[in-house]
Write a protein that binds this ligand. Structure first.
Ligand SMILES: [Zn+2]
Length: 229
């Protein structure tokens, strides 16, 4: 029923999450102009992302899809999913990311996807966990199952924003607990977060898993912030 969606578009115009222009019926979330200039993390910069974890945890692979830079209009993608109650935007961008990444073999040999859990407090404030939607996107595009409720965030850590790298690490140590370590045993897990900054939270989660189970870990985040720490 194309005419119905066209009519709905006319009455309730949808806007590009990046530039705010009205979207055409063929466009979803982002206009073609902005999509064309999407700040993708290019293949040649992937090492840079894996380096974030060097010396702290043993990982197989790590990557992010787009850059999150201070003041960039493209941050609208993350803001829509995190703060504007539109987590499905993140799911759709993730599907796009996976379609592009699949060819490189990034998802090969991964057995299960684990979204980073939020603290109970944060989850009840936001009513959803944005990482669940990124995990859903990866699962839909790859067919890899999501491991649900196998890990919990037991401590609501304070905001990381104004902390140094050392302080961030201390702030997140021991905040994750595995509910059933057997779920992880012998598997290759893909840990999911929305934005990679220092990697402290992901490192803490990976350490909690590897402490209890013999498990390989790879990491996927929708965005990567560099030089903003
Ligand atoms: Zn746009």
């Amino acid at each position: 029923m194309k005419w119905i969606s066209d009519l709905i578009d006319l009455i309730f115009p949808r806007h590009c999450v990046v530039c705010g222009e009205i979207l055409s019926p063929q466009e979803e979330d982002i206009c073609l102009n902005c999509l064309y200039r999407l700040p993708r993390v290019e293949q040649m910069h992937r090492d840079e992302i894996e380096k974030v974890f060097w010396g702290s945890i043993d990982i197989m692979r790590a990557t992010s899809y787009i850059y999150y830079r201070k003041g960039s209009p493209y941050n609208g993608i993350l803001h829509a999913m995190k703060y504007r109650n539109r987590p499905e935007v993140g799911e759709r961008f993730t599907i796009m990311a996976v379609e592009e990444l699949k060819k490189s073999g990034f998802f090969d040999s991964i057995d299960a996807i684990v979204p980073l859990p939020l603290s109970k407090k944060k989850q009840s404030q936001r009513h959803y966990n944005q990482c669940d939607f990124i995990a859903k996107g990866v699962s839909k595009a790859t067919g890899i199952p999501i491991l649900k409720n196998s890990i919990v965030r037991t401590v609501a850590n304070e905001t990381q924003t104004h902390k140094s790298r050392d302080e961030r690490w201390k702030n997140v140590q021991g905040i994750f607990t595995l509910t059933n370590p057997n779920d992880f045993e012998g598997k290759h897990i893909l840990l999911i977060d929305d934005i990679l900054t220092t990697g402290a939270t992901l490192t803490s989660c990976a350490a909690a898993i590897q402490e209890k189970a013999n498990c390989k870990i790879s990491i996927f985040t929708l965005a990567y912030t560099y030089n903003e720490i």
